[in-house]
Design a protein around this ligand. Structure first.
Ligand code: PXP
Length: 238
C-alpha cells in the first residue's frame, strides 16, 4: 500500500509569518493522524524559517505518527537529529536563499561526508533516506553508501507540462526501477498535488509519498468556510 507522509512545515510558515503561537503544527499533526496519514515530515532548516527545534522536540515527545526529519548534512543539525532520534531522517541539499529544496543531493560527489552522517544515524537507530534526482549515477551512489531508502525528487516532473512532463515522468519510472533492482526502498516527493498525482501513481515500487505545500494550501481553502462561520457565530454573541 502506498503511504502518505504529510509535510507540516507550512503550518509553521503561517505561524512564523506573525510570530504567533498559532497555528500549532502539533494540532495539524493530530488532524493528519485522524485523517489516516501514515507519517509526518518536517524540515528543520538551518535558517529556521518555519519549523523550530521546539516543534520537532514536541512532535517527537507527542509520538503522534512516525516522524521523518528532513535536514541538510550540517554538523549542528546532525547532532540535533542524533540526540532526538526521529524514526527517519531524509538528507536533503540545502541552500539558504532557496524558496524550497532545489534539486537532489549530489551523493556521488559527497560520498565521504554522507557516509559519516549515515553511520552516525544508523548507530542511533535512525532510518536514513537520501533525497536525489532520478539520475542513475546518484541512485547507484546511494546504493553503494548502503542507505536503505531514497526519496526521488519529483519537482521536475511536477513543475513541467506536455512532452517535458512525459520525459520527466519516464526518468522517475526508470529511476524507481533501478533503485528497486539495487534493493533500495523508494519514496517520492516535492511539488505533488491532486493534478499531477495520476502521473506519480504510475511510478513503480513506491513506498511513501511526502506531500506538504499543496496539502496545506488546500487545507486553507477547505477550512475557510468553517473558520468564517465560527467567527460570525462568535461575533453574534452568546
Ligand atoms: N520531500 C522533500 C525531501 C522535500 O524537501 C519537500 C519540501 O520540503 C517535500 C518532500 C514536500 O514538498 P512539497 O511541499 O512541494 O509537497
Amino acid at each position: 500500500m502506498l503511504r502518505l507522509g504529510v509535510n507540516i512545515d507550512h503550518v509553521a510558515t503561517l505561524r512564523e509569518a506573525r510570530k504567533t503561537t498559532y497555528p500549532d503544527p502539533l494540532d495539524a499533526a493530530r488532524l493528519c493522524r485522524d485523517a489516516g496519514a501514515h507519517g509526518l515530515t518536517v524540515h528543520l532548516r538551518e535558517d529556521r524559517r518555519h519549523i523550530q527545534d521546539d516543534d520537532v522536540r514536541r512532535l517527537k515527545q507527542a509520538d503522534i505518527l512516525p516522524l521523518n526529519l528532513e535536514m541538510g548534512n550540517h554538523p549542528e543539525i546532525v547532532d540535533f537529529a542524533v540526540q532526538l532520534r526521529p524514526d527517519e531522517v531524509c538528507l536533503v541539499p540545502e541552500k539558504r536563499a532557496e524558496l524550497t529544496t532545489e534539486g537532489g543531493l549530489d551523493v556521488a560527489g559527497q560520498k565521504a561526508g554522507l557516509q559519516a552522517t549515515l553511520t552516525r544515524m544508523q548507530h542511533a537507530g535512525i532510518v536514513v533516506s537520501l533525497f536525489i534526482d532520478p539520475d542513475p549515477a546518484q541512485i547507484e551512489a546511494a546504493s553503494e553508501l548502503g542507505a536503505p531508502y531514497i526519496e526521488l525528487h519529483t519537482g521536475s516532473y511536477c513543475d513541467s507540462f506536455g512532452v517535458a512532463a512525459d520525459h520527466e515522468l519516464d526518468r522517475l519510472k526508470r529511476g524507481a526501477e533501478l533503485a528497486h533492482r539495487l534493493g533500495l526502498k523508494v519514496n517520492a516527493g516535492h511539488g505533488i498535488h491532486l493534478g499531477n498525482l495520476p502521473g506519480i501513481l504510475q511510478i513503480p515500487h513506491l513506498d511513501t509519498l511526502n506531500i506538504g505545500h499543496s496539502l496545506v494550501a488546500r487545507a486553507v481553502l477547505v477550512g475557510m468556510r468553517a473558520a468564517v462561520e465560527e467567527m460570525l457565530q462568535a461575533m453574534a454573541g452568546p
